[in-house]
Design a protein around this ligand. Structure first.
Ligand SMILES: Nc1ncnc2c1ncn2[C@@H]1O[C@H](COP(=O)(O)OP(=O)(O)OP(=O)(O)O)[C@@H](O)[C@H]1O
Ligand SMILES: [Mg+2]
Length: 246
């Protein structure tokens, strides 16, 4: 990188920071409109997670194939070892087709990632009696591509990559975006994350996000429009409590 490139990159960063600072006037206003759920989502009869195989190790491998980390797949593959945490309860109740996003925020070890894995394991919710994706996107020529398999991906992996975000991710029937905020706080990373969220929002496709950031930190980092999307087109759930890590 030449000295000029470095200077240009620094100037771009500074411009982005100033733009975000401009946003911060609006952040307080936006945060007023954001509903962070301390109460539970509306209860309804629980659906058992969809499993393709009763064999636990096959189930574990199925989840790992979607990108779910082994430690989480191992917990979920044995239903007797899956605790009924607040995060799991809320994940189970997230059904509303018009709410594409579920954001689980809170401190470390409160079971957010395990709950995100549970959503990947459960598959799409029952809609009209069928377990199906509620969205079937149409391109300008009227083709209706079938959604791809569920995907578990760390925010840092999506954010760092320079390639276009693969369609297997943008069009996955479910995306679990783990550890939002763990990626470097750079213009490139922020724009990659925003791009994925906007694409998922356009498709009204289910996306579960886990993060240690609170709403103000998210708005500060990704902009108010980003948090507005997660709030208006989803549920933002606070997961509190001590760490469940052993
Ligand atoms: N529903 C659950 N059933 C059984 N064990 C759980 C459950 N949820 C969490 N745990 C235990 O707590 C540990 C931490 O859970 P998890 O990784 O989901 O936390 P987290 O909220 O995502 O934390 P972080 O913010 O650090 O990523 C798990 O590895 C597991 O041992
Ligand atoms: Mg986690």
């Amino acid at each position: 990188m030449s000295g000029l490139d470095v200077a240009t990159a620094l100037l771009q960063e500074a411009a982005a920071a100033m733009a975000r600072a401009g946003d911060s006037k609006d952040i307080a206003r936006i945060l007023e409109g954001i509903k962070i759920v301390d109460d539970d989502l509306e209860d309804s009869p629980c659906e058992p997670a969809q499993t393709e195989s009763k064999d636990e190790s096959a189930e574990e491998q199925r989840l790992v194939k979607y990108g779910v980390p082994w430690r989480i797949a191992a917990i979920l593959a044995r239903s007797s070892s899956t605790g009924d945490t607040r995060a799991i309860q809320q994940a189970r109740r997230w059904k509303s087709p018009d709410r594409a996003f579920l954001t689980l925020m809170g401190p470390e070890g409160t079971g957010k990632s395990v709950a995100a894995g549970y959503i990947v394991q459960s598959g799409p919710p029952l809609v009209g009696g069928r377990r199906d994706c509620h969205w079937v996107p149409c391109d300008p020529w009227g083709h209706r591509p079938w959604p791809h398999l569920p995907v578990w991906i760390r925010a840092a992996s999506i954010a760092r990559s320079m390639d276009a975000i693969p369609e297997e991710i943008t069009h996955a029937q479910i995306v679990a975006l783990d550890d939002l905020g763990d990626e470097p706080d750079s213009t490139h990373c922020r724009s990659r994350i925003s791009e994925l969220i906007a694409a998922r929002d356009d498709l009204r496709a289910r996306t579960v996000i886990t993060t240690n950031l609170d709403a103000a930190a998210m708005a500060n980092r990704y902009g108010r429009r980003f948090v507005d999307r997660l709030s208006r087109h989803g549920h933002i759930i606070r997961c509190e409590g001590g760490s469940l890590r052993k």
